[in-house]
Design a protein around this ligand. Structure first.
Ligand code: NAD
Length: 437
């Protein structure tokens, strides 16, 4: 007897060409690869190494079962990708978000590889994530997800092999649980297995502010290149979490005027400058910017194209695309977030003469102080905050100067200059080590 025909009401999918282009533009791994290919070509990277560096070393997918507070069993999906470990242990954050995908984690792990090489610290690159919505979970559920995810990827973790840190929706609290879970399995306390921990348990002074502080240092350098100073500069910040709020606060302390900020709940605008400490206090109490009455509301899309000197995208990927890049008025873009600008938008910004501080340079302050934390944990000797900040400033300004020298020498964009410096350093290590093949 023949099978009955399966009837379906579904219409055949029609993908419009512009939608296809848009989707490709938003694939973070493809966007990263496009820049890598460009740098590899300019470096005349040999074909064998080119193939090696186009592939992540290891990709792990785990199921993370936990018992909900209601007693129900729930299963989440978790990822950990080690992109390259030739220069040292893998280093990369963990994010908890509904939008986490393997493609995104791969891209973020590759970015970590280039970022660590660019600021010349002895780490490779990795990233991890769990597909979940922490806002809808209790603290207990969050702890169970963290501990089970950690146990599931425990073979890769370790101070000499793979060292996580906080990222979107994860924080010191989550790092403390990871450290404890790992230590329970190894039967002794291992503080250096994660960075971004509470200071009381081996975290570094200055780590929480490090990414924003790094953004402030490189923005100061970039403004000097375009003949301006941070003092009096008008700044727009998208994202008011760790990176965005600290960047805004430290830039305001240097005399800049923060004219607009936003988070998931919406944006706030005051051309005369917002009171950043007051906004931070508000968010601490209300967990979002929405409801703050001492500024005008502005839509998140409109915020990006406001009149300003510096735009700091510090929220998420793909916010500056071919659709809005042409309308951006900022002279300088400091990419606090990872991957905020698509490759197509890069071209538009370059033609307009916008000075872009690429993500792998702009937000490298975080991993730099994570490196300091790892060094302090392993040495068992802790530095004062002034030493941390001074060493961070030295690495950020040196990396900025090296990027400028590369961009000038090869007449390439700042982003391609960063990739050239980073890819060259990773390739050099592979050449010295040889291939175990
Ligand atoms: P976070 O979770 O502390 O803050 C993210 C902020 O962005 C929140 O205010 C959120 O409301 C806002 N946001 C999310 N989607 C938005 C949208 N569509 N429009 C406007 N605002 C939106 O995260 P974070 O640690 O500040 O990280 C932000 C970015 O910086 C991420 O891309 C992350 O990978 C990158 N980064 C973080 C660090 C670090 O040390 N935390 C280091 C390097 C890079």
């Amino acid at each position: 007897m023949s099978e009955p025909a399966i009837k379906s009401d579904a219409q055949p999918a029609v993908i419009r060409p512009d939608k296809e282009t848009f989707l490709a533009e938003e694939n973070p791994f493809e966007a990263m690869m496009e820049r890598f290919d460009h740098a590899a070509q300019l470096l005349s990277l040999d074909p064998g190494l080119y193939k090696v560096l186009r592939h992540p070393e290891k990709q792990i997918i785990v199921s993370v079962p936990i018992i909900r507070d209601s007693g129900e069993l729930e299963v989440f999906t978790g990822y950990r990708v080690l992109y390259n470990t030739s220069r040292g242990p893998a280093k990369g954050g963990i994010r908890f978000d509904l939008n986490v995908t393997l493609e995104e984690v791969k891209a973020l792990a590759a970015w970590m590889t280039w970022k660590c090489a660019l600021v010349n610290i002895p780490f490779g690159g990795s990233k991890g994530g769990v597909v979940c919505d922490p806002a809808s979970m209790s603290l207990g559920e969050l702890e169970r997800v963290t501990r089970r995810y950690t146990a599931s990827i425990i073979e890769t973790l370790g101070p000499d092999s793979d060292v996580p840190a906080p990222d979107v929706n994860t924080n010191e609290r989550v790092m403390a649980w990871i450290m404890d879970t790992y230590s329970m399995h190894t039967r002794h306390t291992v503080t250096a297995v994660v960075t971004g921990k509470p200071v009381e348990m081996g975290g570094s002074l200055g780590r929480r502010e490090a990414t924003g502080r790094g953004c402030m240092f490189v923005t100061r350098e970039a403004l000097a290149r375009v003949g301006q100073s941070l003092k009096g500069a008008r700044i727009v910040v998208q994202g008011f979490g760790n990176v965005g709020s600290v960047s805004a606060d430290l830039m305001a302390k240097e005399g800049a005027s923060i004219v607009a900020v936003s988070d998931k709940s919406g944006g706030l605008h005051n051309p005369k400058g917002l009171d950043v400490p007051d906004l931070i206090k508000w968010v601490k109490e209300h967990r979002q910017l929405a409801g703050y009455l001492r500024a005008e509301a502005v839509a998140n899309d409109a915020l990006l194209t406001l009149d300003c000197d510096v735009l700091v995208p510090a929220a998420t990927e793909n916010v500056i695309t071919r659709k809005n890049a042409g309308q951006i008025k900022a002279k300088v873009i400091c990419e606090g977030a990872n991957g905020p600008t698509t490759a197509a938008a890069d071209e538009i910004l370059e033609k307009k003469g916008v000075f872009v501080i690429p993500d792998i340079l702009a937000n490298a302050g975080g991993v730099t102080v994570s490196y300091f934390e790892w060094v302090q944990d392993r040495g068992g000797y802790f530095w004062d905050e002034e030493t941390v900040n001074r060493r961070l400033e030295s690495i950020m300004t040196r990396s900025f100067a090296e990027t400028m020298a590369m961009a000038d020498k090869h007449t390439v964009s700042n982003r391609i200059a960063c990739y050239m410096l980073a890819v060259d350093r990773v390739a050099a290590m592979h050449r010295l080590r040889g291939m175990y093949a």
